[in-house]
Design a binder for this molecule. Sequence first.
Ligand SMILES: Cc1cc2nc3c(=O)[nH]c(=O)nc-3n(C[C@H](O)[C@H](O)[C@H](O)COP(=O)(O)OP(=O)(O)OC[C@H]3O[C@@H](n4cnc5c(N)ncnc54)[C@H](O)[C@@H]3O)c2cc1C
Length: 552
Amino acid sequence: MKKPYILAVDDDASVLRAVERDLKTKFSVSYRILAVDSPSKALDAVRQLTARNDRVALFLVDQRMPHMSGTEFLQEALALQPDARRVLLTAYADSAAAIDAINKVKLNHYLMKPWEPPEQNLYPILVDQLEDWRAGYQESFEGTFIIGSRWAPETHRLKDFLAKSQIPYRWVEPDAISDPKIQAAIDGESVEFPAVIFSDGSVLSRPDQSQVAQKLGLNTVPSRQFYDVVVVGAGPAGLACALYCSTEGLNAVLIEKEAPGGQAALSSRIENYLGFPAGLSGADLARRGAAQVRRFGTEVLAPAEAASLRVEGEYRIVRLTNGQELAAHSVVIASGVEWRRLEVEGLDRLTGAGVYYGAAMTESSSCKGEDVYIVGGANSAGQAAVHFSEMARSVTMIVRGKSLSATMSHYLSERIKTIPNISVVPSAEVIEVHGEDRLSEIVVRHHDTQTTETLPAGALFIFIGAEPHTEWLEGVVCRDHKGFLLTGTNLVNGDRRPAGWSINRDPYLLETSVPGVFAVGDVRDGAVRRVANSVGEGSIVLYFIRQHMRNR
Ligand SMILES: Cc1cc2nc3c(=O)[nH]c(=O)nc-3n(C[C@H](O)[C@H](O)[C@H](O)COP(=O)(O)OP(=O)(O)OC[C@H]3O[C@@H](n4cnc5c(N)ncnc54)[C@H](O)[C@@H]3O)c2cc1C
C-alpha cells in the first residue's frame, strides 16, 4: 500500500516548522508528511496528489491565513479528497470560526495553538482521527468483496453485517465486475450470488452471517463457562457496562447478536453526545467503544444471540441460540430496541429490495442521484434525511404528524429547513408499496385532503419508532405490555415485591424482577432513549452488581 499523506498548511513559517517536526517524529513511518505555507500552494499539491491517485488521510490546517481561511481551503480540498479527516488549528479567539467550520465542512476536530507538549495535546487527537480514517479506508484490489445484486435482500443483509462489524468491503454488481482479481477468484468456481470474496481469494456462495463471521475470525465461542457478569447486547449501554465491569476487575463477557454499536452505530452523525463538539458518526463511536472494552479485557462474542435465561441457585444462566450456555453471578440485559415493522401491503416481500429499516449508512452510496423516501419524523429519520441529501437527487420525508417540530430535536428540524433537496410531507402515510422483485412505486395517503397519490420510488427507508425484543425473557423477567423490562421501584407495589422475588430487600434501581439480573438502556421501561442515557445506565449498574455480589 502506498503511504497516505498528512498535509499541514500554515502561513506562519515557525508554526509550520514545528508542525512538520512533530508530525514527522510521530507519523513518518506510516504516512508521508507534507507541510505547505499557503492555501493556494496546498490546493495545487492536493490536485497533484489526487491526479497521482495518492490519498490524503488528514488535513491539519491553520484557520487564519491571508487570502483564504482554513475553512475555505478545506471546502475546496475536500472536493478532491472527500474522505480525509479535517483538523483546524485555531487560536483561542477563533473558536467561533471553528464552530462555523463544523457546520460547513464537517470538521472533525479543532486544536488550539500552541499544542505543547505534543504527546499530550497533539498526538492522541491525531492518532484517533487517523484510526477513524483507516477504519473507513479501502485500498483498491484488497480486502473483502460482496458480489451481489443491489435488489437481493441477501446482499443487503451481508452489506449490513460487514458494515456493522466494521469490516471494510467493496460491493460489486455481478454484471459489473471489471477487476481481474475478482474475476479470477470466481472463474471456474460454481459461484452463486451474493458471494463474498475474502482477501485470501477464497469465496463463499450465499453465506449466512455465522459463516462469514467464522471466516473473518470473529469471536463467537466463549473461552469459559463462568463469568462474574454476562452482558447481553453491545449497544452503548452494554459497551459502557462491560467497560466499567472490566476496568473494575470483574470478569465480563459481552454477547451481541449482530455487531457492537447497537442502534447508535446506525446514526450518520451524533451531535448531542457531550465532549464531541463536531459530532461523531455512530460507526466511529461503536468502533471506539468496542476497542475500549476489548483493551480492558472484556470478552466480546459477536455474532452470538441470547435465547433464554434461567436461574439456578446463585447462578444466572444465559443460553445462546447455538446451544452454548454461560453462567454468571449477574446478568445485565442491554438488548435495546429494534425498528417497528410498518404494516403495509407488499412491504415484507420488498424488504431488502428497495425497502429498508434504518440502513441509512449501508445503502447510501447506492442512492446517488436517486429520489429517496423516508417514513418517520423523529431524530433518526431526520439524520438519515440530512445524510441522504448529500448524494440523492431528492429526499422526501413522509410524516404522520402535522410537522417535524413535535417529534424531532429543534437543531435538526431547523437544519432540514435549510437543505433545498429535502421536502417534508406532513399528515401523510405510506399505505402501499409496489414492485415485482424490487420497489418501484409507493402509494401515499394525505390525511388533510383525504386523497391518495402514487409515486415512482427507488428506495424507501423506514424509521418509525422501535420496540424491544424481549420474548426470550417471557415468564422469567417482568415486562410491561410492550415488552420493556420493569426495574427498581416500578416493580414494587406498596409493600408487595414482584412475584417470585426471593430475598429480603427491594430491587435496586436498575434491577429487574430477578435478583442479580439488571436492565439498562433503551430496553428498560421508562428509559430516555438517548446515547448518553444508555451510557450512563450502563456505567452506574456496576454499583448495583457489586451490592448484589456482596450480599448474595
Ligand atoms: C438512526 C438512529 C440515530 C440516532 N441518533 C441519536 C443521536 O443523535 N443522539 C442520541 O442520543 N441518540 C440517538 N439515537 C438513539 C440511540 O442510538 C439509542 O438510544 C441507543 O443506541 C440505545 O442504546 P442501548 O445500548 O440501550 O440499545 P441499542 O443501541 O438498541 O443496542 C442493543 C444491542 O443489543 C443487541 N441485542 C438485542 N437482542 C439481543 C440478544 N437476544 N442477544 C444478543 N444481543 C442482542 C442488538 O443487536 C443491539 O446491538 C439514534 C438511534 C437511531 C436508530
